[in-house]
Design a binder for this molecule. Sequence first.
Ligand code: DLL
Length: 414
Amino acid sequence: MEKQWLEGLRNTVERVLTIPYYQERFGAIGINQAEDVKSLRDFQRIPLTTKEDLRKNYPFGLFAEPMENIVRLHASSGTTGKPTVVGYTLNDIKLWAKIVASELERAGVTKQDVVQIAYGYGLFTGGMGLHYGCEELGAVVVPISGGNTARQLMLMRDFGTTVLACTPSYALYLAESLEESGISRDELKLKIGIFGAEPWTEGMREQIEARLGIKAFDIYGLSETMGPGVALECPAHQGLHIDEHFYPEILDAEGNPLPVGEQGELVLTSLDKEAFPVLRYRTKDLTTLHYGTCSCGNVGWTMERVTARVDDMLIIRGVNVFPSQVEEAILSLGEFEPHYLLVVYRVGSLDQLEVQVEVDETSFFDEVRELEGRQERLQRRIEEILGISVRIRLVEPKSIPRSEGKAVRVVDKR
Ligand code: DLL
């Protein structure tokens, strides 16, 4: 395998060495041509690429093809500063479609399916990435994009949608809206969900599967490396299979390689991308890699679900806190709605974390004593997991804003 990986990696090294920015950086460590990378160990000497490198070269400075060969641009949603821009040649678009199609096939999607794509269309890669993949597979695409929830449900019923593709938080919102609409679950043909673009827990999967009556699959990707399709689960649900067109590594916080089976930051290298090859790109996503044969028969790399982004980590009184840990605690008790918000604020010089969580309609009118009991149980569970004291605020049903795309889980008032 090492030989095969090296061949792909050299391919990308050769491509990026046509770009002055990389020539300069690699020259400094004696890599002037692809042949200078003789082993995986040599490969690991190559400097990591970060979002900062992409920003410095905004918008097209890291493209490895002239603009006349570029047929599409996408960009990250970056809330601060300039977005990161990625370009695709026609071959890249075709490869992306093939990758997504083969992964969807592995998850059980066929050309008989009607796929409602409720990921956003536009500069975000979710909508169009799934769209081209489904067309390549021969499935019927409903390119509805995100939002307009009542219409989503009506068309889901009228078009006989069998596969729903959107963020897990939007899937939950759709499930909740379905329960309130005049449409019954029996009128729908839905059976599979392709959910990703944000972290979600096993507890959230159980909620969505039960409420929509489907099997939910976790799909991972990021615009810098292509978009959705870097990895997707198979029906065994023992991790996400990483597509063979990417080479993964896991690094510790200092950027040193970690062995298979240890949790760290995922770093990805594209092996066949033309317009925008990425070499050792720091995703900032935390996961664990495995290599081997899955019970579905597939041999290769798998990654565990991404629990969090390094960027999403809150530091509260010196303790690292991830929103997904709070989600896990809330859902493990089975006493709350899966809608929550973390509010961080400061009292004097001390950071405080307030967890707002919804209770359902019926229990909202329960006795105060009963609600207080629940509040205490949640407080204890979260404190056990995080190791810091938190404040719990039970809030009215439907008072936490619902998401049509990536959910906002944290309000930082510091
Ligand atoms: O979110 C691409 C995508 C679209 C993936 C549709 C899956 C489905 P970006 O907007 O560039 O691209 O955001 C990428 O989202 O680095 C992760 O932090 C997060 N992310 C994506 N998929 C997952 C997932 C798209 N399955 C960033 N679990 C990534 C957890 C995810 N986080």
